[in-house]
Write a protein that binds this ligand. Sequence first.
Ligand code: FES
Ligand code: FE2
Length: 350
Amino acid sequence: MSIRSAETLSSSFYTSDKQWAKTIEGITANSWQFLGHESQHFADNKQANVSRLDSSLLLTKSNNRISLLPNVCTHRASQLLANTSNADKIVCPYHGRRFNLEGKLEFMPGFSKTENFPRACDHLKQLPLENWDGLLWGNLNGESPMNRDIEFIKERIGHLPLQDLKYLPQYSKRYTLNAHWALYVDNYLEGFHIPFVHPDLNQVLNYGDYQTLCQGDVVLQIGYTDKESVSFSLPAGHVDAGKHVAAYYYWVWPNTMLNFYPWGLSMNVLLPIDKNYTVIDFYTYVLDEKLYIELNGFDGIDKTEQEDEYIVEQVQKGMESGFYTTGRYSPDHEQGVYHFHQLIKQRLLV
Ligand code: FES
Ligand SMILES: [Fe+2]
């Protein structure tokens, strides 16, 4: 159905317990989850614990090989690592089962009489991992390739040296939101609200030129500015050469957002906790730290984020009110929201 005649998702998608369970199961079964930049995890450590969706994961690095493993012992399911470690072995804190950094079981006390041990399933399973110029992505269960979507993103930002991105923990932050994660995505995927919700941002962006492109699991929004403001230096032959691009905003199905600015990359990763509660991790990675501070001050992107969270929480109240079932889309301004809702319908069988 075309955007001109379509209805938005029903409020029951955001409010029903049954739908919530189906949604989490659906996105966990096959989605790419951003796990951080290589330099962020392995500057001082060889092992790092990362949580995504309901899963606790273990990233390890040994001889330049990065592995993604379940952070769950194959004996009686203890979590293996609470934070980070520089050790050369993974040792379970419960009964001492020991694995190498690639997940191979090497030793287990008290098991000399256990028959047929170890079996293949006693090792830690290697999970699918993509290392895109230092940006690490994991797939918890599925096999869907990520390359097609990465190519679409690289078309515009492929000239940036992503391998050199530097993680700045002091400008990275965790927010909590009293709303469904998909309402946060709905809001992210349209610039329609910018003149109403973000008066300061509206001064910087030429809202009339705002552009939205949808492809596969990705929605790209391009924010343009005037020639006096800071914009990307785009190389000759770039698809947007000659334009004043202030930001490329990429959303990747289902819960990751990559915001490229002339100073570097800001990422938002949503952790859906409950149907009306979401944790949002903001990671700041810079290529030009001076420019980052000049443009964002020491408060970073805080103000815009708080404006977004306030309005999304207002929508959550509306969804729960009983006065709303579905609405309609603006074909001029809400193509991104429409694309997201179509993916939800296909993937989560809403
Ligand atoms: S649960 Fe890990 S050794 Fe027992
Ligand atoms: Fe916003």
